[in-house]
Design a protein around this ligand. Structure first.
Ligand SMILES: [Zn+2]
Length: 282
């Protein structure tokens, strides 16, 4: 029988971005001044599990490997903000991270893979296949330097079991925590979120399925600027919009059981680390 116990969950701020397109976010909410690159560390009985890796120490040392998208995103590269540094600050050795779960392979999520070379890297099979196809249109988002070390990829696909109405793939049945991959295609071809059963209920790390908390409120708030940003920066805009709508429905119906967050919303991060909202008026 599986031993399942409540893990410690740490919400990590692993990057700061001030994109020119941040103007688009302000069209939705005037308080949005910057984007974060959020990662989640799970201290499970069976070892450390990290969701997403932000930018890595290799990116800090050689920003050119990020290509031109670094400028579009306005990435401020800081060695103290890398996931490896955040893991160390919590008193752990990055080598003890056994599993990395990536929402997708964009440069601001997969940049730190090389800092965890011994970990298994879990990814949706469609995302991995799309990256490997090497499409010209993906050259800005997928950066070969991020997997030059040869990650130990583990591909997944949904097994059809329902999680609050979403398809899921059960993962890591040996770490002692309920964790599932939730396909949320659209932003990228094989984009996925991760659901984790924590001490205060479920959390869902939804990656880039949406960018601003207003998008999953009811009624949703997404101004023209933000919608345009998604259209430009998206594999399948219709699918992405549909999945953001499903997340809004999830929060409306089960917000007492599930806390949803995305990768880049500073207000959501402040909510979850229980620190003062950095955008609140003084
Ligand atoms: Zn992103």
């Amino acid at each position: 029988m599986r031993v399942v116990s409540a893990p410690m969950i740490h919400h990590l701020d692993c990057g700061t971005m001030c994109p020119h397109a941040g103007v688009a976010l302000r069209l939705v909410d005037r308080s949005t001044r910057h984007l974060v690159a959020r990662c989640t560390l799970i201290e499970a009985p069976g070892g450390l599990v990290l969701i997403d890796t932000g930018y890595g120490t290799g990116d800090v040392a050689d920003p050119r490997r990020l290509g031109p998208a670094r400028h579009l995103l306005g990435a401020r590269l800081d060695p103290a903000q890398t996931a490896a540094a955040r893991v160390r600050a919590l008193g752990h050795d990055p080598a003890d991270v056994r599993h990395v779960l990536v929402t997708h392979l964009d440069l601001d999520h997969a940049g730190g893979l090389g800092d965890f070379p011994g970990a298994q890297v879990h990814v949706h099979g469609t995302e991995l296949a799309t990256m490997r196809a090497g499409r010209r249109s993906d050259a800005l988002r997928y950066r070969t330097a991020h997997w030059a070390h040869g990650p130990r990829w583990v591909e997944h696909a949904a097994d059809g079991e329902a999680w609050f109405g979403f398809e899921r793939a059960r993962l890591l049945e040996d770490v002692g925590v309920e964790i599932a991959m939730i396909p949320l295609f659209g932003h990228s071809a094989g984009h996925a979120g991760y659901a984790v059963e924590g001490p205060d209920g479920w959390i869902l790390h939804a990656g880039d399925a949406y960018l601003h908390h207003g998008e999953i409120e009811t009624p949703a708030r997404a101004g023209r600027g933000l919608r345009a940003y998604h259209r430009i920066n998206c594999e399948d805009a219709g699918l992405r919009r549909m999945n953001a709508g499903r997340l809004a429905d999830l929060v409306a119906a089960h917000g007492d059981q599930v806390t949803v967050h995305c990768s880049h919303d500073a207000v959501e991060l402040a909510r979850d680390v229980r620190t003062p909202d950095p955008t609140a008026p003084a």
